[in-house]
Design a protein around this ligand. Structure first.
Ligand code: GDP
Ligand code: MG
Length: 340
C-alpha cells in the first residue's frame, strides 16, 4: 500500500452538493435531445465561423489571398507561403511539410492553393483520430485533466460537469490540485453550480484524493469522475511525479474506467503552449486535447499542429467563460468554416 493511502483512508471530506437532486431528473430534459450530429453541445456553423474569424484571417485569408495571385510556385513563393503558415501558428514542422509536399507536385498552380490547403488540413485532422469524446453508458467514466496553470482546467471541469449533469449523469469531481486552497475553492464553486459532488481534502496528497474519489464513485454508482490537477511547470520534476502517481492510482484502481486523459491548452499561447505541453506527454498517456479560449483567438491554427505533431485529436473547444461555453470540436465543420 502506498503511504498516501494510509494518510487518509477514511475520508470525511466528501461533500454532497446535490444529494437530493441527483435522484431527480436532469436539470434540463429538453437539452438532452440529440438530433443527429448537431446538438446542444455543438456550435452552429455561423457561430463557429464567428469564433474562428481571426484564425481564419491569419491562416487562410493572409496565405490564400497572397499566394493565389502568383503565377507559379517558384522557390520565392514557396518560401513566402511557408513563412505565412508559420506566422499563423501552424508550427515550423507542419508548415514545412505542407510546403514540401507542394514543391513535389509540379502541376499545381497557385490558383489552387485554397483547395490544396483545405485538403491537407482535413487529412491532418482525420489522421489524428476521432473527435468524439469517449463515453460508455452504464459504466464509470473517468476523465483525467492535465495542463499548465491558467490553461483552463478547472473551468473545463466545471463545464464538463454541467454537460454531464444536463444529460442526467451522476457526476463526481476530484479536487486533485491540492496545492492552492483557492484552486479547490474555485472547483467547489463550479461543481455546486453544475450540481455535481466533490471530493476534496485541502493540502493532502492529490493521489489520495483521487483514490478516495474512485472508491466513492464505485460504491455510489457514479457515471462520471472528473479529475482536476495542478499544472505548476516551475517545478517540473515534482509536477511529473505528482501526475505519475495519480496515473498509477487510476491504473491500479479503475483502469477500465479511464475514458480520456485530456490535455488542456490555451489557444492564445500558440506554438509556445504546445512546446510546454510536451512535458505532459512524458508522464501521462494523453488521448485528446481540449483547446480553451478559442473565442477571439487568432491562433486556432494550433489545432492543425496538435493533430500533426502530437498526433492527438482536439475533442473539445472552450469558447467563453460561462458554463455552457464548451463545445464539441467537429473537424470537417472547422475546415469548412476556416475556408468559407
Ligand atoms: N475567454 C475564455 N476564458 C476562459 C476559457 N476557459 C477558461 N477561461 C479563463 O481562464 C482563466 C484560467 O482558468 P482556470 O480554469 O482557472 O485554469 P487552470 O489553472 O488550468 O485550472 C479563468 O479566468 C477562466 O475564466 C475559455 O474557453 N474562454
Ligand atoms: Mg485550476
Amino acid at each position: 500500500m502506498f503511504d498516501f493511502f494510509k494518510k487518509k483512508t477514511e475520508s470525511n471530506s466528501v461533500q454532497n452538493n446535490n444529494e437530493a437532486d441527483l435522484s431527480q431528473s436532469a436539470p434540463n430534459e429538453t437539452e438532452k435531445k440529440d438530433d443527429g450530429k448537431k446538438n446542444f453541445f455543438s456550435l452552429t456553423f455561423e457561430t463557429l465561423k464567428k469564433t474562428i474569424e481571426k484564425t481564419s484571417e491569419s491562416l487562410v485569408g493572409n496565405v490564400v489571398n497572397k499566394i493565389e495571385q502568383e503565377e507559379e510556385f517558384d522557390e520565392f513563393v514557396l518560401d513566402d507561403m511557408e513563412e505565412l503558415l508559420i506566422k499563423a501558428d501552424l508550427g515550423v514542422n507542419t508548415s514545412s511539410e505542407i510546403v514540401d509536399k507542394l514543391r513535389k507536385q509540379n502541376q499545381m498552380k497557385p490558383s489552387q492553393v485554397r483547395e490544396y490547403l483545405q485538403n491537407e488540413f482535413s487529412k491532418i485532422l482525420n489522421d489524428a483520430g476521432s473527435n468524439v469524446l469517449n463515453y460508455k453508458d452504464e459504466e464509470l467514466n473517468l476523465y483525467f485533466i492535465v495542463g499548465v496553470n491558467g490553461s483552463g482546467k478547472t473551468t473545463l471541469i466545471g463545464k464538463l460537469a454541467h454537460r454531464f449533469r444536463t444529460q442526467g449523469k451522476k457526476v463526481l469531481v476530484a479536487a486533485g490540485d491540492t496545492f492552492r486552497a483557492a484552486a479547490e475553492e474555485q472547483l467547489d464553486i463550479w461543481s455546486k453550480r453544475a450540481g455535481a459532488d466533490i471530493v476534496r481534502n485541502d493540502g493532502a496528497d492529490p493521489a489520495s484524493v483521487v483514490f478516495d474519489a474512485i472508491r466513492k464513485a464505485k460504491n455510489e454508482n457514479y457515471d462520471v469522475i472528473l479529475i482536476d490537477t495542478a499544472g505548476r511547470l516551475q517545478n517540473k520534476y515534482n509536477l511529473m511525479q505528482e501526475l505519475t502517481k495519480i496515473k498509477s492510482v487510476i491504473d491500479k484502481n479503475a483502469p477500465e474506467a479511464l475514458r480520456e486523459s485530456i490535455l488542456v491548452l490555451d489557444a492564445n499561447t500558440g506554438q509556445n503552449g504546445l512546446s510546454q505541453a510536451k512535458v505532459f506527454t512524458e508522464c501521462v498517456n494523453l488521448s485528446s486535447v481540449a483547446l480553451t479560449k478559442l473565442d477571439g483567438s487568432a491562433k486556432g491554427g494550433i489545432i492543425i499542429s496538435i493533430a500533426k505533431e502530437m498526433k492527438l485529436p482536439v475533442k473539445l473547444i472552450g469558447v467563453g467563460e460561462k458554463m455552457e461555453d464548451l463545445k464539441d470540436f467537429d473537424a470537417s465543420d472547422f475546415v469548412k468554416a476556416l475556408f468559407n
